[in-house]
Design a protein around this ligand. Structure first.
Ligand SMILES: O=C1C=CC(=NNc2ccccc2C(=O)O)C=C1
Length: 129
């Protein structure tokens, strides 16, 4: 099958799970994000994600971006950008950087509202594989 197609189940360093389902032929995709972390110490929730992947030929390791709207439990949004890589053994990795924007109460607090970081996602092995 084509390597580095984003659809499927991915897991990141924090143990969060990302399921990308609707991958269209123009590279747009949608899915769900089950976070393992919370800002407020609440319980893990599922949040909607939407993104777009560059559509390259068979050999291309495409770049992508997606946003997660942290539904219900926090007024925050994260934008991920990254690229997919395949190693010699065929293992796929999504390396990303993200910006997490948290709502703050006033313009004066805007300065402290955005966090940045790196995140690596690998395919969550299914029981078969
Ligand atoms: O209520 C919230 C608000 C923000 C969150 N950010 N998660 C992330 C932000 C950056 C990278 C990975 C994650 C993750 O959840 O795996 C999660 C829950």
């Amino acid at each position: 099958e084509r390597k580095c197609q984003l659809n499927g189940l991915w897991r990141n360093d924090q143990g969060s799970l990302m399921e990308i389902s609707a991958l269209r032929d123009n590279g747009d995709f949608e899915g769900q994000y089950l976070t393992r972390v919370t800002l407020s110490g609440g319980c893990a929730q599922i949040s909607p994600l939407k993104g777009a992947q560059q559509q390259l030929g068979e050999e291309g390791w495409s770049t992508f971006a997606f946003t997660v709207r942290w539904d219900k439990f926090s007024n925050a949004t994260t934008a991920f950008v990254g690229q997919c890589f395949v190693d010699a053994g065929g293992k796929e990795t999504l390396t990303t950087m993200w910006l997490l924007r948290e709502a703050v109460g006033s313009l004066e607090e805007d300065w402290k509202a955005t966090r940045v970081g790196r995140n690596v996602f690998t395919r969550k092995r299914t029981t078969k594989g």
